[in-house]
Ligand binder design. Sequence first.
Ligand code: UDP
Ligand code: MG
Length: 316
Amino acid sequence: MTHRKKISLLIPAYNEQEVLRHLYERLNKLAGQTPDYDFEFLFINDGSRDKTLDIIKGFAESDHRIAYVNLSRNFGKETAMLAGIDHVTGDATVIIDADLQDPPELIPRMIALWEEGYDDVYAKRRSRAGESWFKKVTSETFYKLLQKSTSIPIQRDTGDFRLLSRRCIEALRQFRESQRYTKGMFSWIGYKKKEILYDRDPRAAGVTKWNYFKLINFAIDGITSFTTAPLRISSVLGILISFASFIYILFLVIRTTFYGSDLAGYPSMMAVILFLGGIQLLSLGVIGEYIGRIFNETKNRPLYFIEEYHQSGDKK
Ligand code: UDP
Ligand code: MG
């Protein structure tokens, strides 16, 4: 008998008690429809304060395919995903949200493409049902900005829902930075990528863990972890403004020499001072962002702690 390939599903879960049963049903159905493969359902309990862990443990009692990593506290989805990446055992791994916004029904198509030789089969959203226009516009702008500022292709409208081959997982395990922007890492590692389109569903139940404050942080993390373009922009801005000021000073010196001074111009002086002050503060802020990142990375802390790891078992 040939070796059966194992597909790991990596499911970060934070306070997801409302959807877990529904999710488990859908995954069960999926596994039933994909009998040629073994499955591992690896839940990462990211410090949930509700019954999430109990429910997962309940599944594990009767199902050998269930594995779980219980983190010592809430570390955020990015770190939860890393914990998952460190613990998956399958030949391929599918990262999927617990809230069923990523339809598990896409997974067989991903597996088929993986069998054709692709390493990273990512699902691209065709629509964004259940999201406000404001969220759509902000995410659109963010993708555009990020893409303009870096040479690595950033996949637009793509979340973390994707299938990764073993070698992608091995590659991602080597990314030990503490301020993580996993989506950029998927692009960074390269390998053979393939997109499939789907319609993103609204959350099945429960509430989103995101708010705009978190999203802004995420955007800044995304930019500062993948490009130093903002630093470059402030340098260029500095050069341009210094050059313009120099010309203006020349003009003033010449004008005063030949025509004398009229002492007017308080408003324009104020405007220039305020403008330059603003640019200086902004540039300091940009530098500060990067220094902050350096500070965090040099501490070299462990990225997460595990309270308990339960491995998936062999078929009984
Ligand atoms: N999540 C997590 N830790 C967190 C926040 C979220 O593991 O601190 C998980 C969450 O359980 C879900 C996924 O990350 O499986 C996506 O979260 P959510 O649905 O809240 O984000 P959205 O879909 O609104 O972007
Ligand atoms: Mg969601």
